[in-house]
Design a protein around this ligand. Structure first.
Ligand code: JBE
Length: 229
């Protein structure tokens, strides 16, 4: 999969070099290209923002650098990419969306800063690919960069071969719509706290039943909204 990221803080994405995703990049499973939005400006100050029409606080990202950046990263693309703009005003990013996006050949992420991006950019991007505004959650970040890091990690680890043992993917929180069951390792007793005896019983059926009950109980307590779906 090819991933292009456009940002005014490209070095934030240096963190993608490490760990699992770093290995996936080295082995060629993931081709991540990070672009500095300021490279698509032509003035001496490399200006990417301006004051909002209609007044109001903050600055808005100018459409021209975005237009050139999106033209550039989609130019030699094989197929129509999905173009993601992280935004607190977007649709909620979920494991289901991560799964969908993990099957794409080419993703483009546009990281906004300041009060946002000139709205015409989203309309223009729709001529170049399938546009999605996606939100990590109902809180406000300073820009899209941290949200894109999270999305790239969630999507990248679902690409076959990126996570060594595919079985470790299926038993995780949210893959079956429930929270994960609790995990324990040795020793069986630690600081007066014992591992639930069923896990030491060797009875696989009983273990599976107990884990399922734990998943349901935790989900009911912590995330009743998931059970409603
Ligand atoms: O979740 N997000 O995608 C965001 C992007 C930019 C700012 N705040 C967010 N929550």
């Amino acid at each position: 999969m090819r991933i292009d990221v456009v940002s005014i803080f490209p070095t934030i994405f240096d963190a993608l070099e490490v760990s699992l995703l770093g290995k996936a990049r080295q082995s060629g499973l993931l081709d991540v290209r990070v672009h500095d939005l300021r490279d698509y400006t032509h003035d001496r100050h490399r200006t990417v923002d301006d004051t909002p029409y209609g007044g109001g606080a903050g600055m808005v990202m100018k459409p021209a650098p975005w237009g050139e950046a999106l033209d550039d990263v989609t130019r030699d693309a094989a197929a129509s990419p999905v173009i993601v703009f992280p935004s607190p005003a977007g649709e909620r990013f979920t494991q289901k969306i991560a799964r969908e996006l993990s099957t794409e050949d080419h993703l483009v992420f546009g990281c906004g800063r300041y009060e946002g991006i000139d709205e015409r950019v989203f309309d223009y991007a729709a001529d170049l690919g399938r546009v999605r505004l996606l939100s990590l959650g109902d809180y406000v970040l300073n820009g899209g960069e941290v949200a894109v890091m999270a999305m790239v990690e969630a999507i990248g680890r679902l690409i076959p071969g990126v996570v060594g043992n595919p079985e470790s993917l299926v038993e995780e929180s949210h893959e079956d719509g429930l929270l994960e069951y609790p995990s324990f390792t040795k020793p069986a007793s630690w600081r007066g706290r014992d591992v639930p005896p069923v896990l030491l019983s060797g009875n696989h059926g009983a273990v599976a039943t107990w884990r399922r009950e734990q998943q349901l109980e935790r989900t009911r307590e912590r995330r009743p909204d998931l059970l409603a779906d």
